[in-house]
Design a protein around this ligand. Structure first.
Ligand SMILES: C[S@@+](CC[C@H](N)C(=O)[O-])C[C@H]1O[C@@H](n2cnc3c(N)ncnc32)[C@H](O)[C@@H]1O
Length: 432
């Protein structure tokens, strides 16, 4: 059988560049292993298929009914598009009602329409839940970046997959650590790392152990009255990231500031305390900030802090990671803000209307997967420019070494530095 045309796959709508590919040798090794093991498609679950290479190569080989989970909205859209372009499925509209659905509850759907091989359901998309894994005997995994994310996945496989399930996890050798084997060892009786091939390596985990009554995630932590809830894949876990904290302090909505500003009856006051330095502009902001978007919200620390400080604001939190969106939803609930913060799982707020926001809060990513690339931040600057009304404000925190000010000025509008330490810079850009 000719090899699946991996090089035709695209990353779009994720950032594309000459040094970035839509598949890697790990995908190919995982596909080869699955075909060698010979499980029927209905018994296979694929987790972390970045742009659909694994799912589509197996579908192309004739397997049907594969279940797939992708954390990123961009990955889900790329799989849909790649499936359509390869004639392996017509349309994927996204996971059903995902924004309304709590994590851990089922609801998969046929991820592809009629394909050139004549089957209506080549593969089915699910969240990381029982529907993805129940009855699965082979789970293929592209190892995630963080150990916490791996732990949540390993627990889910041991919890829901068949008792004789085998998890074949793969990664690029340079990104793999012994810590990953240890994490897998908490959920599986046997963990076997294989010899590296094409700079990738497979680790086979078998003999699932009984899952603890309580899943290890989400985790919760208190920060002076702000509660953060995190699934394994969420940025910074339940910690308050130091860059995030710097931005909150400049905005006058950090947990300690809010505690000090608590009204006599214990309710949050509408006015934030003065920001570090000249706080004059913060007061103006209170009037103007009706709709606020936390763009790339992670656990929702910025959204929740803003909502606590501004009871009248309409706050939207959005992230392309399903783990982040689920975490932000849980953070909102834990802070009594469930009805006040709308959380969406989306790529760069694409489903939010143009010029609909008065304020955008942004702590952009500076790593793209494991390759350092600023394209991901640029994409969010462009999104902020689109989402803000003219005169609307973008508050950004970034690593001082990155010097984003010129780019923010070009993409959004006049940008001033509000605060700078050796590590972090906070800017305000006014949408032109
Ligand atoms: C540095 S973290 C900041 C998280 C959170 N705002 C905080 O301050 O703790 C950046 C976040 O941006 C998200 N992100 C990256 N690219 C994105 C995109 N295209 N659309 C939406 N979110 C994105 C990541 O998933 C991650 O949660």
């Amino acid at each position: 059988m000719p090899e699946f045309p991996y090089s035709r796959l695209r990353r779009w709508p994720d950032v594309e560049a000459d040094n970035l590919q839509a598949y890697d040798a790990t995908d190919v090794l995982l596909v080869e292993r699955a075909l060698a093991l010979g499980f029927p498609g209905e018994e296979i679950a694929v987790i972390g298929d970045e742009y659909g290479a694994i799912t589509l190569a197996l579908t192309d080989a004739g397997l049907r009914g594969i279940r797939v989970h992708q954390d990123l909205a961009t990955g889900r859209r790329a799989l849909a598009r790649n499936a359509a372009e390869q004639g392996l499925g017509g349309s994927v509209s996204g996971y059903p009602d995902e924004d309304a659905e709590p994590r851990g509850v089922g609801g998969g759907h046929a991820a592809a329409g009629p394909d050139r091989l004549g089957s209506p359901t080549p593969f089915v998309a699910h969240e990381l839940d029982g529907d993805l894994l129940t009855g699965a005997r082979l789970v293929l995994l592209q190892l995630p970046k963080s150990l916490a994310e791996l732990e949540e996945i390993a627990d889910a496989v041991a919890r829901w997959a068949a008792p004789d399930a085998v998890l074949v996890a793969g990664g690029r050798v340079k990104h793999m650590t012994l810590g990953q084997n240890e994490v897998l060892g908490r959920s599986f009786g046997r963990v076997q790392a294989e010899r590296a091939e094409r700079k990738s390596r497979l680790v086979v985990a078998s003999e699932p152990l009984p899952a603890p009554t309580e899943p290890p995630f989400p985790v919760t932590a208190e920060h002076d009255g702000l509660t953060l809830v995190a699934h394994g894949g969420a940025f910074a876990g339940s910690r308050l990231d130091i860059g995030t904290r710097v931005l909150l302090e400049v905005l006058g909505v950090a947990p300690e500031a809010l505690r000090q500003a608590q009204g006599p009856r214990g309710g949050w006051v509408a006015e934030p305390v003065e920001a570090a330095g000249d706080g004059g502009w913060v007061a103006e902001l209170v009037e103007a900030s009706r709709t606020v978007i936390d763009l790339g919200c992670g656990t929702g620390a910025l959204a929740a802090s803003w909502a606590l400080a501004h009871p009248d604001a309409r706050v939207i939190a959005t992230d392309r990671s399903a783990a982040a969106a689920a975490s932000a939803r849980a953070t909102a609930a834990a802070n009594g803000l469930a009805g006040r913060i709308t959380v969406t799982h989306d790529d760069a707020g694409s489903e939010l209307a143009d010029a609909s926001a008065d304020v955008v809060l942004l702590n952009p990513p500076f790593h793209l997967g494991t390759s350092v690339h600023t394209g991901a931040a640029t994409r969010l600057f462009e999104a902020a420019a689109r989402l803000l009304r003219p005169g609307g404000e973008l508050f950004t925190v970034f690593n001082s070494s990155l010097g984003y000010r010129a780019e923010l000025t070009r993409i959004v509008g006049a940008t001033e530095q509000l605060h700078r330490t050796s590590k972090f810079t906070v800017t305000r850009s006014i949408r032109r």
